[in-house]
Design a protein around this ligand. Structure first.
Ligand code: AP5
Length: 215
């Protein structure tokens, strides 16, 4: 099964991807995570991407598509994939079709998380993650069960993303509206788009995604 999770910044793509990995053994391919890893490692891709990401704008189509292509090529076809934050432009959607065909894969579902944009700024500015394992939390909506201790790995160090400030979030939302939302009709024409209320509690969203995957 190969699925795309689509939605504006803070819609819950990363949170739901982590659940799918745990429940179904799927593999999450997040271009945001790959780019942040490249920035941290100081690779040529990371050096190019850093300023663009800090402004909340989109990194070039070729860079992100190459990252996805390399991951898929190195992976067995039997592993299901969640595309998290990719594709984000019409050009990337076209590139993904070619990448999937090359790797003998077919896209099964595009799931759009529909959210109230006003709530997203609050979600994003309250987000933090475990510095050790990357588990995602929120100050009020999804804190660790024991304050200061990661539920997943017991780590006690947490971090916040540099682009999780209100100014950058607004630019990321604008980019989503202008460049990403317009790719939905491409997949609607194929009859593979489902929409979910992303404002529902995390477990409810997960149940709705599982219902779509069960068909
Ligand atoms: P990326 O990392 O993909 O960021 P994004 O799309 O802005 O999405 P986020 O990670 O911010 O949100 P999310 O939907 O995953 O929400 P989450 O689950 O964390 O991209 C970052 C940057 O990289 C881009 O701006 C761009 O520069 C570049 N980039 C990446 N991919 C690219 C591409 N393909 N092309 C070009 N450039 C690219 O949830 C948010 C918070 O809300 C969490 O704290 C969570 O606990 C909480 N939460 C989640 N669900 C719920 C719920 N149902 N109820 C209450 N709280 C919830």
């Amino acid at each position: 099964m190969n699925i795309i999770l689509l939605g504006p910044p803070g819609a819950g793509k990363g949170t739901q991807s982590a659940g799918l990995v745990e429940r179904h053994g799927m593999r999450q391919l997040s271009t945001g995570d790959m780019l942040r890893a490249a920035v941290k490692a100081g690779t040529p891709v990371g050096l190019k991407a850093k300023e663009v990401m800090d402004r909340g704008e989109l990194v070039s189509d070729e860079i992100v598509s190459d990252l996805i292509d390399a991951e898929l090529a190195a992976m067995g076809q039997e592993t299901g994939v969640i595309f998290d934050g990719y594709p984000r432009t019409a050009a990337q959607a076209e590139m993904l079709d070619a990448i999937l065909a090359r790797n003998g894969r077919v896209l099964d579902h595009v799931i759009e998380l529909e959210v109230d944009e006003d709530a997203l700024v609050e979600r994003i500015t309250g987000r933090f993650s475990c510095a050790n394992c990357g588990a995602l939390y929120h100050d009020t909506a999804n804190p660790p069960a024991t304050p200061g201790v990661c539920d997943s790995c017991g780590g006690t160090e947490f971090k916040r993303r540099p682009d999780d400030n209100e100014k950058t979030v607004r630019t990321r939302m604008q980019e989503y509206r202008a460049k990403t939302a317009p790719i939905l009709p491409i997949y609607e024409a194929r009859g593979i788009v489902s929409r979910i209320d992303g404002m529902a509690p995390i477990d409810t969203v997960a149940e709705q995604i599982d219902a779509i995957l069960r068909g």
